[in-house]
Design a protein around this ligand. Structure first.
Ligand code: SF4
Ligand code: SF4
Length: 332
């Protein structure tokens, strides 16, 4: 029988040992239903999730809820929305209790005296022109001033087909303001013209993502196996989709057979009672879902399947390390 130690040399075994201790158990929280932008293709608004529940306004109830989430075993809170920075007191209630990641559009600066080491992921949707078309604003020019040089911040760069051949300029801009970047692909939930992926475009962007990782290893947090998975939608020959997705809310998971999945994962709406189906859009077609975190988690929960060869297990380790870096369980 193949074992981890028989497949890895000392160097890789040490890397494996470091991540195998982490036992990350995340859940996702809609901090608010409001946002100071309205991006075309934002899954939250396009699927009506912002209307699924009324926001809980009482801070004490948020605090009690977070305590109960910790008792449920959650050790990573991923805050999304809407725009979490519109409700910094709720963000602080999480941050004071457990490792917290805050997704933001970066228009409001999170005060570092109040949140010294909270992980922040700033959404970025491409070039100045793309952002203006899709988001109504070039957000980078604002967010990069707020966060330049911040050691706990990275750009979550959503690549669209329009950016093929243009990603290097964006990655250089991010490097030049002293920040990191993680790449993911747009799922065109609102069918915006020209923003859906063709197979040729997916091939092209995979090669470009690989080249960016090679050229800017200090700036890009990624792995080539992740690029392969996200662009082909396949892992070890298995297609991604509803029957394989690990990021489904546990109480709504009636799949049979049940795939390997995140332990006790729930995505909570902002009333702290309603749950959403999964980590992205309620109405998204799973066969076209390109969500980066769901694909990373898909690999991470399938360690055993990656024990068929040394290379497969190394690929698994690299994706686990990438995820752990993005949520600061291990340093960049
Ligand atoms: S900033 Fe984020 S939450 Fe707000 S509309 Fe855009 S994608 Fe949606
Ligand atoms: S939309 Fe994506 S994240 Fe949600 S269940 Fe389907 S595959 Fe998973």
């Amino acid at each position: 029988m193949k074992t981890v130690s028989s497949l890895l040399d000392d160097h890789w075994y040490e890397r494996y040992r470091r991540i195998s201790k982490l036992n990350i158990r995340s859940s996702i929280y809609d901090v608010t239903n409001r946002c100071n932008l309205r991006c075309k293709g934002c899954f939250f608004f396009s699927s009506g999730e912002h209307k699924a529940a009324d926001e809980e306004m009482d801070l004490g109830r948020w605090e009690t809820f977070i305590d109960s989430e910790m008792q449920r075993g959650v050790n990573l809170a991923i805050l999304i929305g809407g725009e979490p920075t519109l409700c910094l007191d709720r963000v602080e209630a999480f941050y004071q209790r457990l490792p917290t990641f805050c997704a933001t559009n970066g228009l409001i600066r999170v005060p570092r005296d109040r949140f010294p080491d909270m992980m922040i992921g700033i959404s970025l949707w491409g070039s100045e022109t793309d952002e203006t078309v899709l988001r109504g604003k070039d957000t980078f020019s604002i967010s990069s001033k707020h966060y330049a040089g911040d050691p706990y911040t990275y750009y979550l760069y959503t690549i669209t087909p329009k950016q093929i051949g243009k990603t290097e300029r964006i990655i250089r801009k991010i490097r030049d303001v002293g920040l990191k970047v993680h790449m993911q692909l747009l799922s065109n939930d609102e069918g915006v013209d020209g923003f859906s992926w063709s197979p040729e475009e997916l091939d092209a962007i995979r090669a470009e993502m690989d080249a960016m990782l090679d050229a800017y290893p200090e700036t890009v947090i990624s792995s080539k196996y992740y690029h392969e998975i996200i662009t082909t939608g396949k892992m070890l020959g298995r297609p991604f989709g509803w029957m394989e997705c690990p990021s489904v809310t546990i109480t709504m998971d009636n799949r049979d057979p049940r795939p390997r999945r995140l332990t006790n994962f729930i995505r909570w709406a902002s009333d702290l009672k309603t749950m959403h189906r999964c980590c992205t859009s309620e109405t998204r077609d799973c066969s076209t879902c390109k969500d980066g975190a769901a694909h990373m988690s898909w690999v991470m929960v399938n360690k055993r399947a990656h024990m068929r060869s040394t290379k497969d297990l190394q690929n698994w380790i690299e994706i686990y390390e990438m995820f752990a870096k993005l949520y600061q369980f291990i340093p960049w």
